[in-house]
Design a protein. Structure first.
Lengths: 104, 651
């Protein structure tokens, strides 16, 4: 069995990041877009953990950052879902292409 | 020195009237505005009379010579050690005389206006403007500094503008006030340049110092001013002529007189105060104030003398043909000011030769009395008839007995019939011109004959001649109260001025006002007076023959004169000439190109900046699409761009 190295984890994190990116650009459902953002945030979390473990094993900075990001992600999700619910009430839709009033 | 306070209060009281009535007049004290202003002006007049009395009889004379007393002086604007603009009061015989004239006439006009403008909506505003005018005029005559004089000179101009345009809903009044302001302002440009030239060479703006430096033949300033020359004429002469242009503009001298007849659109009491007695003599006053300097330059003196006599003659000829009674009076004013001007122009300093100066000031004094009387009388007539045109008048002597008598006295005074005031002053003027200036003398003689003719043409046309139909409806009982002679407030000034016109001639002016301050005994040469008086009587005779009864001989004779009559009736086409020069030449050659430049280049630049920005914005606004995902792609592109930048370029 191969013990996973830094590069393996970075590979997974990059993959996760671009999957999230694709989801954010390609999906039209706001909830799915929000989920994509969560994927991006989690890829960042993975990065922090990996660098912390492999480069500075004696320290905890990366772990703390991760905990912060998780907390912020939770808050952001709450706010975003509140916005989406209100959007649904006013537009009867959560399709991102239906919400284009805010322009020039 | 309590004297300083007393003198400062003379102009400040009318200013107080202006401030109080201007700020609170129309809202709070509209009814009593006239009373307040009249009261303040009466106090001012009392102070002015007292000041003049003190000056002439108590402290003014030192060893037989009237001194120039500086009552107070504050440095207002200091440019350098020598050069400063001061605000001060300078009292000398002409100032003392002008203080009396201005406050006296202004007071009477205030009283008169109480009745004349009764019920006017902007009653308080009117009195505020009168206060402003009186303040400016008094400040002008008190000025100790030529720049201070210029400031008040402009203030006088602006208050005249406000008063001419008082009936601002009448287009002709609006046009007249604009014309008056622009013409006098144009002349004031000359005055300003003249001030700068004179003060540049004299190195001072103070009247006393300026006169002292430019008249002593040894001083460095004098030598420099006479040595520097432009187009063969010395800088001193140029300065004086330019200053005189300013004076000629205010005093309505030919060819800058065109505003005065139009200025008659203002309320009649205003015409009496400003356009007969006070403001229009500001030019004469200015020349008199700088008289010692004018004296140095014979060319400048000749300009003054010939401008005066030409204006006097032309105005008298035009006055014979006008039909608007106020315009006749306006031209007569211009003619009389012409007399004052040429009297100054022919004068010398000292002794008998200084007669012209004294005579000019004397005529200024008497003219103020009888011309104000004529205007106020005309005001009473207009008040009664509601028209300015002679054809609407006639036979009014029964309806306006007091106006009739006082008007007759004023006509006799202006015609130079003894023993009325105008006779004495006009005799002196003619006598002053007699010795060295025969051309001016004979022209003046003819002009004074014409004066008698047109004044009595006016008099007979108003009070005798035909019976007009207008009066029958006015004499109806319900109307008679409203259309009497205007009550005591209007009659009192007439009576006072009539008395002044009778008596002012007996003042021995030579004792008080002379070019060098020393008393001058003016003898009345009886034989000399024969010619002018006979000519005046002849003028009156012709006027009686033509206008006493309604007949067709005036029309017949005017037809015989043909083109001359027509030209005079059209005021010698001077207005048309000005119109041609300004509208055809200046507007086309300067105005229109400048307007084109402004519209296309200056405005165009600004407009193009705006249009360019709008066009650009139209093109790039699609970026703000409102699509969240598009924004995210831009953002991603940006981040990737920066990453590339960091990796490959920044290192």
């Amino acid at each position: 069995m191969i013990t996973p190295g830094l590069y393996h984890i970075l590979f997974i994190s990059t993959a996760l990041f671009f999957i999230g990116m694709y989801g954010f650009f390609a999906r039209k459902n706001l909830i799915t877009m929000l989920m994509s953002i969560e994927l991006i945030l989690n890829s960042v979390n993975l990065n922090f953990i990996a660098f912390n473990k492999y480069l500075w094993p004696g320290r905890l900075d990366g772990v703390f950052f991760t905990i912060f990001i998780i907390a912020i992600a939770a808050a952001e999700a709450a706010v975003a879902i509140a916005i989406i619910i209100n959007l649904y009430r006013s537009h009867k839709s959560i399709d991102v292409e239906q919400t284009e009033e805010m322009k020039y | 020195m309590s004297n300083a306070l007393q003198i400062a209060l003379i102009p400040l009281l009318p200013l107080a009237a202006f401030v109080i009535l201007g700020l609170f007049g129309n809202k709070y004290v509209n009814r009593s505005a006239g009373i307040i202003a009249t009261f303040l002006l009466a106090s001012s007049a009392a102070l002015a009379f007292y000041t003049a009395y003190q000056y002439f009889f108590e402290y003014g004379k030192v060893e037989g010579v009237y001194q120039k007393v500086t009552a107070f002086k504050y440095t207002w604007l200091q440019f350098s050690d020598q050069l400063s603009i001061d605000i001060g009061a300078l009292i000398d015989p002409i100032t003392a005389m002008m203080l009396v004239v201005v406050t006296f006439i202004s007071l009477l006009v205030h009283i008169y206006s109480l009745a004349y403008l009764k019920g006017e909506k902007r009653f308080a505003t009117y009195y505020a403007f009168l206060g402003l005018f009186t303040f400016s005029m008094l400040g002008l005559v008190l000025s100790s500094n030529i720049f201070q004089m210029y400031i008040f000179w402009e203030l006088v101009g602006v208050s005249s503008f406000l008063l001419i345009g008082f009936y601002y809903d009448k287009p002709s009044a609006v046009a007249a006030c604009k014309k008056a302001f622009i013409v006098t302002r144009f002349a004031d440009l000359g005055f300003l340049i003249g001030i700068l030239v004179l003060s540049f060479y004299a190195g001072t703006l103070d009247f006393n110092t300026l006169i002292e430096r430019l008249t002593s033949l040894q001083s460095a300033e004098f030598k420099m001013a006479t040595a520097a020359s432009f187009m063969g004429i010395s800088a001193l002469t140029w300065g004086l002529v330019l200053v005189f242009i300013g004076g000629a503009g205010k005093s309505a001298m030919f060819p800058l007189h065109i505003w005065l007849p139009d200025a008659m659109e203002g309320p009649t009491p205003v015409s009496a105060l400003i356009h007969a007695a006070t403001m229009v003599v500001a030019g004469v006053f200015l020349v008199a104030r700088l008289f010692p300097v004018f004296q140095i330059s014979p060319i400048a003196m000749d300009v003054v003398a010939y401008t005066g006599i030409i204006s006097a003659l032309i105005a008298a000829v035009i006055a014979c043909t006008q039909t608007d009674i106020k315009r006749v009076l306006a031209y007569s004013t211009m003619s009389q000011i012409g007399f004052m001007m040429f009297a100054l122009g022919v004068s010398k300093t000292g002794g008998e030769a200084g007669l012209g100066f004294t005579a000019s000031m004397f005529h200024l004094f008497t003219h103020a009395m009888f011309k104000a009387l004529l205007f106020l009388g005309a005001g009473a007539v207009i008040h009664y008839v509601h028209s300015n045109e002679m054809k609407d008048m006639g036979g009014l002597r029964k309806y306006l007995p007091i106006t009739h008598i006082t008007f007759l006295i004023a006509c006799l005074a202006i015609s130079g019939i003894p023993p009325f005031a105008g006779f004495f002053s006009k005799e002196e003027i003619l006598l002053a011109a007699y010795h060295h200036y025969p051309v001016i003398f004979y022209t003046a003689l003819i002009t004074s004959g014409l004066t008698a003719f047109y004044m009595f043409r006016l008099y007979f046309s108003i009070f005798w001649n035909k019976q007009t139909q207008v009066h029958s409806e006015h004499s109806a009982p319900h109307d008679s109260e409203k259309h009497g002679e205007g009550g005591l407030a209007m009659m009192l000034p007439l009576i006072v001025l009539a008395m002044a016109s009778c008596l002012a001639g007996f003042i021995h002016f030579g004792n008080f006002v002379t070019a060098d301050g020393k008393p001058l005994t003016t003898a009345l040469h009886l034989l000399f007076s024969v010619a002018p008086v006979v000519l005046a009587l002849a003028g009156i005779g012709i006027a009686t023959w033509l206008f006493l009864r309604q007949n067709d001989s005036p029309v017949k004779y005017s037809n015989k004169l043909g083109n001359l009559y027509k030209a005079a009736h059209q005021k010698f086409y001077i207005d048309e000439l000005y119109g041609f020069i300004t509208q055809k030449i200046i507007f086309n050659l300067v105005g229109r190109p400048a307007a084109w430049f402004d519209k296309n280049i200056v405005d165009g630049l600004v407009n193009e900046t705006g249009n360019g920005t709008t066009t650009l914005a139209e093109k790039i606004k699609a970026f703000q699409s409102g699509k969240v995902q598009q924004y995210a792609i831009y953002f991603l592109g940006g981040v990737m761009g920066l990453t590339v930048l960091f990796i490959y370029l920044w290192k």
